[in-house]
Design a binder for this molecule. Structure first.
Ligand SMILES: [Zn+2]
Length: 119
């Protein structure tokens, strides 16, 4: 079951970081790497051309670990993780779906990504 592509607005908790994505949501992912396990987010992957940062660039804190390829962003004010640039496919963003407004994930397949097993 696939959806029509739609634009969704998203934000961190305090609203400093605001963004929009356009996706047809073919799947959602959860990941078992050491970071994702701790932040426990369900994500959707979008190409950078389908991602718009609307506000808050100066309030993003960046965290990198391991290979320092993926770029994990956090709001400096409220600490929420809204999105990250992916490691294997750095022109893609992983988006925290809990930050999307009026988004209903029901019916979208959930895939378990294997981050912990990556070298
Ligand atoms: Zn915030």
């Amino acid at each position: 079951m696939s959806r029509a592509a739609a634009r969704h607005l998203g934000s961190c908790h305090c609203g400093t970081v605001r963004f929009a994505i356009t996706s047809d949501f073919p799947e959602l992912t959860q990941c078992d790497c050491s970071l994702c396990k701790r932040r426990s987010a369900t994500m959707v992957e979008v190409h950078e051309s389908a991602f718009e940062l609307l506000a808050g660039a100066e309030s993003l804190s960046e965290y990198q670990f391991h290979t320092h390829t993926a770029r994990h962003y956090f709001c400096k004010v409220c600490g929420i993780y809204p999105f990250h640039r992916k490691r294997v496919t750095p022109d893609f963003f992983g988006i925290n779906i809990a930050c999307l407004e009026n988004f209903d994930p029901r019916g979208i397949p959930l895939r378990q990504a294997v981050g912990a097993a990556m070298p």
